[in-house]
Design a protein around this ligand. Structure first.
Ligand code: 6PG
Length: 246
């Protein structure tokens, strides 16, 4: 694993660096295998990236028709709900670029049974990546955010999903949210060729320091468990999120 940490002055600078990495990994993947498979993240931070990718300067650099879009996690809401991670990406990016609808693989998190929603998404992954049993998919790029509590995707501190080495996708109960989420499991994230954290804001500074500079003996936060064994790990932080780093 290689790890690169970049501190950018602001949200715009962070989005631009993220867009460069996105475009570079997409070009590499299509050149090598003819397809680019990316897992998008939710929350507020990626909005600036998605908007930038839809702008002409990046739009023309992305091989949209050879790109397949997935999600690292999803809330238990329908796609049109304002909290939907799919809905965020659809509104700010996918609805504005020529990606074939069949290349967009959202998580049907609104299904009545959360475990069935997870199992369905796992089937989608196995079919797309043509996976033999027991093999995790290898995304070309996984986008992640960081919560102030150190969560990433929907892997929260103390979650039993953090120890799951078998399943690709988990339905998790998040006590602090009093809600279920659907999330990629760590083995999938850690099998990616590139993982890109985007972290904005002072409220993330303590978690970022613990993940990036915390003592090894300390119990790692979920984001600190993201270590793509065969890939590149990028951390992009704005100056506020990086304010406690040494
Ligand atoms: C989600 C994300 C979650 C997010 C962090 C940071 O579904 O909300 O997967 O892990 O990336 O909570 O969120 P912000 O970008 O809004 O700070």
């Amino acid at each position: 694993m290689s790890r690169e940490i970049y501190v950018l002055p602001d949200t715009e600078g962070l989005a631009r660096r993220a867009a460069e990495i996105f475009a570079q990994t997409a070009a590499e993947a299509v050149k090598a295998r003819g397809v680019f498979s990316v897992a998008l993240c939710g929350g507020n931070t990626p909005r600036a990236l998605y908007a930038l990718l839809a702008e002409a300067s990046f739009r023309r650099r992305i091989p949209w028709r050879k790109s397949h879009f997935f999600w690292g996690d999803e809330r238990r809401v329908p796609p049109e709900h304002p909290d939907s991670n799919y809905g965020l990406a659809q509104k700010t990016l996918l609805g504005s670029v020529p990606v074939p609808p069949s290349n967009v693989h959202r998580i049907w998190a609104e299904l009545p049974d959360a475990d069935e929603a997870a199992a369905r998404y796992e089937r989608v992954l196995r079919e797309h990546f043509k996976l033999p049993a027991g093999r995790p998919p290898r995304f070309d790029l996984v986008l992640l955010g960081l919560g102030a509590d150190g969560h990433t995707a929907s892997l929260f501190p103390g979650s039993p999903a953090l120890d799951d080495k078998c399943r690709l996708v988990r339905a998790v109960w998040v006590e602090k949210l009093k809600a279920h989420r659907i999330t990629l499991a760590l083995p999938v994230i850690n099998n990616a060729s590139n993982v890109l954290f985007m972290v904005n804001g002072k409220d993330k500074a303590a978690a970022a320091r613990q993940v990036l500079e915390g003592a090894d003996h300390a119990k790692p936060l979920p984001a600190g468990l993201v270590k793509p064994a065969h890939g590149r790990l990028y951390w992009l932080l704005d100056s506020q999120a990086a304010s406690l780093l040494g």
